[in-house]
Design a protein around this ligand. Structure first.
Ligand SMILES: Cc1cc2nc3c(=O)[nH]c(=O)nc-3n(C[C@H](O)[C@H](O)[C@H](O)COP(=O)(O)OP(=O)(O)OC[C@H]3O[C@@H](n4cnc5c(N)ncnc54)[C@H](O)[C@@H]3O)c2cc1C
Ligand code: FES
Length: 258
């Protein structure tokens, strides 16, 4: 797939809660098609200590306006600087990167599971899967009620289930504790993104239920296009680069002990 390195215009920057921001970036040229689960690599302006680009999942795409959004959680210097980008400024972005999720088909029953900022790629995935005629279920987990964002927007694209670690919203516990993960419904495929322990727990449930499952890994990255090899993960076909062979993998291809 053709990759673009370009200056994108920041057309909106919305603070969603204490540490999450939604940035909408617009290209002057027509956007090529972007697959759910692909990511972009963003250069952080005027940040000498964060010279490596920072990877972010594509949150959603608006082909009509040649724009896409990224959901940024502030964790360190790069993201704290990035969320200060003002409307009208430009960001140097390489896009699209990675393979993306397998498409869901008409009539399939799918479950999208997002934990923390791992919910990011699930918006485009939910919207496009529903448009293709899949029955979309979305399970989002977070530490507490105030960590949950964009719930109305997700619920526009599927049947929404919520967990919080502290029980302040939805089912108390982790995503795998929700009844939807425990045999209440049979899914054709599960798609998952979030912290690795969460993805391993979801992979275990999927294996027990004989359900296909894809996970999106968030290994540390530098180049983002297969040159530095700092993002490799062991698979049944040897070591693979998460940035080019992934970030999405079938759980059966990963050498995870679950
Ligand atoms: C494929 C992929 C998709 C991602 N999607 C999103 C997303 O949609 N939204 C979001 O908020 N975050 C996402 N991340 C994580 C995001 O890239 C990091 O949080 C960000 O790079 C941290 O930069 P920083 O300078 O603020 O933090 P730093 O001060 O550099 O580090 C803070 C923490 O972030 C992690 N981190 C730092 N640099 C990287 C890097 N280059 N790659 C991966 N992890 C890193 C480290 O584990 C570290 O503990 C994604 C990561 C990957 C690999
Ligand atoms: S980040 Fe450089 S090879 Fe993947």
């Amino acid at each position: 797939m053709h990759k673009t390195v370009g200056d994108l215009l920041v057309i909106s920057n919305t603070q969603l809660n204490h540490d999450n921001y939604l940035l909408e970036l617009q290209s002057v040229e027509k956007l090529d098609s972007l697959k759910p689960g692909q990511f972009v690599n963003v250069l952080v302006n005027e940040a000498p200590n964060t010279f490596l680009r920072r990877p972010f999942s594509i949150h959603d795409v608006d082909y009509l306006h040649n724009s896409f959004s990224i959901l940024v959680k502030t964790v360190g210097e790069g993201t704290k600087k990035l969320v200060k980008a003002t409307v009208g400024s430009k960001l140097d972005v390489i896009y699209p990167l990675g393979n993306g999720f397998s498409a869901a088909h008409n009539g399939e029953v799918i479950l999208l599971v997002g934990g923390g900022v791992g919910i990011a790629p699930m918006m485009q995935m939910a919207r496009e899967s529903k448009a293709k005629g899949a029955e979309v279920h979305i399970l989002l987990g977070a530490r507490s009620k105030t960590d949950h964002i964009l719930l109305d927007e997700y619920s526009n694209h599927g049947i929404l289930y919520i967990t919080t670690d502290d029980g302040t919203l939805g089912t108390k516990g982790f995503v795998v504790d929700h009844e939807i993960m425990n045999g209440q419904k049979q899914f054709d495929r599960i798609y998952c993104c979030g912290p690795e322990p969460m993805m391993k727990a979801v992979a275990k449930k999927a294996t027990q239920n004989n359900t296909q499952c894809e996970v999106s890994l968030e290994n540390m990255m530098a180049c983002g296009f297969g040159v530095c090899l700092c993002c490799v993960t062991p698979t049944s076909q040897g070591h693979k680069c998460v940035c080019t062979d992934g970030p999405v993998f079938d759980i059966n291809d990963l050498k995870w002990e679950i």
